[in-house]
Design a protein around this ligand. Structure first.
Ligand code: C2E
Ligand code: CA
Ligand code: CA
Ligand code: CA
Length: 278
């Protein structure tokens, strides 16, 4: 027999109560953080594996909390998504990425692209493509400097709407990357349907690569597939020289990971650009 509504709610669960309170507090803090400009971007280089040249940066949001210090995105993006505050954070991230992209384009002859992560919540808006282009135009940023990273789960909710939006963005000159490739259920079907330029091999494939022949076989297949489809491959989470060697042997052209650099602030990223072989 189902417990009655009253009975279910009569049970007081202190742990659940504490969690709810913590979430409310976090939500309030997130709103305040937006008002007080406490978000900032860190940049992780994406390099050409053959010569370690920096071809771009992935922009990764951080929260500079007055007491808690630098808060990583995993601690606040999920709640920001639940409360839709992610839309405002997303606009901040895009604006900031655009201003940085332009600064570097003025300074460096072969400017790096900046990769911006899009949340699934941003796709719920049927004017997502228009809003994004408008924002980028306001910053006078050429769309060719921005690469949009999209995960499979981000386009899952309304695939048709996401497809229409991404086709518009692609037509406007944005590059598109399929993020965390291989971790979802329909990677191949989305790769086939959507106008992705890049495939980012998830770090869960890179880590076991050196000891598991099965993983090496899968990564090889992804790289060959990308070649045939004329897409660039970026391996995520390259942490050791061994990871790098194996990926190079398998023909992977681009990569990202702690071996090259952790995500760093804008001025450190700029310093790396001045030292990167062009
Ligand atoms: P992601 O898009 O898959 O980003 C890559 C994550 O892997 C980053 O974590 C990065 O610091 C980390 N990483 C890079 N190289 C290595 C490595 O060699 N080893 C290991 N173990 N990790 C590495 P981060 O910055 O904590 O971001 C976590 C996730 O938060 C991102 O995963 C992305 O899903 C989300 N995120 C970050 N910034 C944004 C944003 O501006 N908007 C949205 N919607 N999501 C964001
Ligand atoms: Ca990403
Ligand atoms: Ca990723
Ligand atoms: Ca991820």
């Amino acid at each position: 027999r189902q417990p009655s509504r009253e009975r279910r709610f009569a049970v007081f669960d202190p742990a659940m109560h504490a969690r709810a309170l913590a979430e409310m507090e976090l939500e309030r803090d997130l709103r305040r953080a937006l008002e007080r400009n406490e978000f900032l971007l860190y940049y992780q280089p994406i390099v050409s594996l053959a010569d370690a040249r920096i071809t771009g940066f992935e922009a990764l949001v951080r929260w500079q909390h007055p007491e808690r210090g630098l808060v990583p995105p995993d601690h606040f993006i999920p709640l920001a998504e639940d409360t839709m505050l992610i839309l405002e954070i997303g606009r901040f991230v895009m604006g900031e990425a655009c201003s940085q992209a332009i600064k570097w384009a003025e300074r460096f002859p072969n400017p790096p692209k900046i990769n911006v992560n899009l949340s699934g919540r941003q796709f719920v808006n049927s004017r997502m493509a228009e809003d994004t282009s408008e924002l980028v135009r306001q910053f006078a940023c050429p769309t060719s400097l921005i690469n949009l990273e999209i995960t499979e789960s981000a386009i899952l909710t309304d695939t048709d709407q996401a497809l229409a939006g991404l086709e518009k963005l692609h037509a406007q000159g944005f590059e598109l990357s399929m993020d965390d490739f291989g971790t979802g259920y329909s990677s191949l079907s989305y790769l086939h349907q959507f106008p992705f330029d890049n495939i980012k091999i998830d770090r869960s494939f890179v880590e076991p690569l050196v000891r598991e022949p099965r993983t090496a076989a899968i990564v090889t297949a992804i790289i060959r597939l990308a070649e045939i489809l004329n897409k660039k491959v970026v391996a995520e989470g390259i942490e050791t020289p061994e990871h790098l060697t194996v990926l190079q042997q398998l023909g992977c052209t681009y990569g990202q990971g702690y071996l090259f650099s952790r995500p760093v602030d804008a001025s450190t990223a700029e310093e790396m650009l001045t030292k990167s072989p062009w």
